[in-house]
Design a protein around this ligand. Structure first.
Ligand SMILES: [Mg+2]
Length: 263
């Protein structure tokens, strides 16, 4: 008897869930999040690092143009050392040697090495709305965390953030180019048109994803590194949204789902 009753009920549930799927199709097969300055603060650490550097260099002479030299060396070194605190500090050491014409003291070099360890061990407070949004979306969508930087450090940050259980995939890449995204999506068999990327960097998180036909949501961060910005003329218009903070994300995604339904 119990079995006989359960059959129509199961059928009814199957019909209902099929209807539900039809009425509210999920617009994405995968949603990916950038990590630094999207999920947690990162750039303030680098500002602190530059301040420490200036303090260490002050004894060697006027600081005029020190920042310009350090900026140039940091950008030049990206192709050798990639992104992250270790690369940053190697560039500061090189800047210190050049700035002082080789006179920089070993104790100041040690001060910069200590700085890199301090940066690697620093707390990264989650940004507003992140925990609720990521945990909520993980109930509906496969989520990926996609970040560039030093593998060990990025993995440590993911572990310490408490967000790891919500991400089905974690990808630490050396650059975020259209090819990087295309290769990851191909590996996971996800169509670009069914992929959404969320991040603070136009250069790394938004433009390459739009270029391969994906969707992107920009969450600007006041302290985004100038290297990650783009000229206003490059601003895209299709499959692109911008919100002030993470808390707006679920509503926006629901809106995209609604638009898909009517098309
Ligand atoms: Mg970022």
């Amino acid at each position: 008897m119990a079995v006989a009753q359960s059959v129509p009920r199961m059928r009814r549930m199957a019909v209902l869930s099929a209807r539900k799927r039809k009425v509210t199709p999920l617009p994405f097969d995968l949603i990916a999040f950038d990590a630094d300055d999207t999920l947690w603060d990162n750039e303030p650490l680098y500002h602190m690092g530059r301040e420490r550097f200036s303090q260490l260099m002050a004894k060697y002479g006027p600081l005029e143009d020190l920042d310009k030299l350090a900026d140039r060396i940091e950008i030049e070194n990206l192709k050798y050392y990639g992104y992250g605190a270790v690369s940053f500090v190697i560039s500061l050491i090189e800047s210190a040697i050049k700035w002082t014409n080789g006179r920089v003291a070993a104790e100041d070099i040690q001060g910069l090495i200590d700085l890199s360890r301090e940066m690697i061990e620093a707390d990264m407070p989650l940004l507003e709305g992140v925990e609720e949004t990521v945990s909520g979306l993980a109930d509906e969508y496969p989520l990926m965390l996609m970040t560039k930087g030093d593998l060990l450090h990025q993995q440590m940050k993911v572990d310490r953030s408490g967000l790891a259980p919500f991400f089905r995939y974690v990808e630490v890449v050396s650059e975020k180019t259209p090819d990087t995204y295309a290769a990851i999506l191909a590996r996971l068999d996800v169509e670009p048109a069914r992929f959404l990327m969320v991040g603070n960097s136009m250069r790394s998180d938004i433009l390459p994803v739009l270029e391969i036909g994906g969707w992107a949501i920009h969450i600007p961060n006041d302290l985004t590194w100038a290297h990650e910005a783009v000229e206003p003329g490059e601003m895209p218009s299709e499959r692109f949204f911008e919100v002030d903070n993470m808390a707006f994300l679920p509503g926006l995604i629901a809106q995209v789902a609604g638009e898909d339904r009517s098309s």
